[in-house]
Design a protein around this ligand. Structure first.
Ligand code: NDP
Length: 279
């Protein structure tokens, strides 16, 4: 089984980013990361994204607010970041605390700064197959990982396990745009194993540690593992039982070192695209 390493895909995206940066006038593009509270997953993602973007030569600022901030106070703070001319793109870490209306923020964020595709405008574009907006970075990272490894998507049977608005649903639309034949699975899917075994490209985005083993993978399948989980021993792992699919799958992305790495590279690319378009 060939291991599709995220670092190699990320390096190729870095070259594209560099080419775009060379053509860009004015200040270095700046990402604003907006975080409410101290969720360890958010902090870890923020740290990883900051490191990656800075290594790409980009600027990052963090805007952190207390977990008990009121809805009105957060909206005011968010408005300031949204309207800041020196901010080219925004990454909002979610979910927000209950007292803050997330839907209002999704509607407030300027689509041209919405690098992770959470605004209704960008979501609609993804569903319409219009590439002029920003798709959610993780969903796009799956496509990048396949394309940068010269894996043909057109005409392939693609099975996606997971139907969230962050990964499964937008990815199903991006796959359709690439002319795949797409099946989306979820907790009510009957015969999940059989459906997954029929996939030429299997994407795991269920958030269940090592759930998909060799019984879920057909011979020669290409497996993309989006999951980021911590198992009962505190070890970071994906949704795929990587060891058990060695004999069945032809290729697979590892966790860690797979799609997560590509996701932050896509975020960097979106930031530079935003700067190129909006200045
Ligand atoms: P959600 O919890 O929002 O969605 C999980 C989806 O998987 C749901 O649609 C759910 O079905 C489905 N699912 C859960 N369990 C099963 C099961 N046993 N059988 C079939 N379907 C199942 O998760 P996210 O989409 O936000 O994230 C998915 C994974 O991806 C997580 O591990 C997350 O950490 C990771 N992730 C990784 C990122 C990266 O950069 N690599 C970024 C974002 C997420 P139903 O709708 O029926 O409940």
């Amino acid at each position: 089984m060939i291991v599709l390493k995220g670092a190699e895909v990320s390096a190729k995206i870095k070259d594209e980013v560099q080419t775009m940066l060379n053509r860009l006038d004015g200040p270095v593009p700046r990402l604003a990361i907006v975080r409410v509270g101290k969720n360890p997953d958010d902090i870890s993602y923020e740290r990883g994204a900051t490191k990656k973007l800075e290594s790409f030569g980009l600027r990052v600022s963090s805007h952190v607010y207390p977990a008990d901030i009121s809805d009105a106070a957060f909206k005011e703070a968010f408005r300031t970041v949204n309207e800041d001319k020196d901010v080219d793109g925004i990454l909002l870490l979610r979910p927000l605390p209950k007292q803050v209306c997330e839907k209002d923020i999704e509607e407030m964020i300027l689509p041209e700064k919405d690098l992770d595709g959470i605004s209704p405008t960008n979501i609609a574009k993804v569903f319409a197959g219009d590439t002029s907006g920003f798709a959610p970075c993780t969903a796009e990272a799956v496509i990048e990982a396949l394309k940068q490894n010269q894996i043909e998507i057109t005409g392939k049977r693609v099975v996606i396990v997971g139907r969230s608005m962050v990964v499964g649903k937008p990815l199903s639309m991006l796959m359709l745009k690439e002319n795949a034949t797409v099946t989306v699975c979820h907790t009510r899917t009957k015969d999940l194993k059989g459906t997954c075994r029929g996939a030429e490209i299997l994407v795991a985005a269920a958030g269940r540690a090592r759930m998909l083993n060799q019984e879920y993978t057909g011979k020669g399948a290409i497996v993309v593992d989006v999951g980021i989980n911590v198992d009962e021993n505190g070890t970071l792992c994906g949704d795929v039982d990587f060891e058990s699919i060695q004999e069945t799958a032809a290729m697979a992305t590892p966790v860690p070192g797979g799609i997560g790495t590509v996701t932050t590279a896509v975020l960097a690319k979106h930031l530079v695209q935003a700067a190129c378009k909006n200045r």
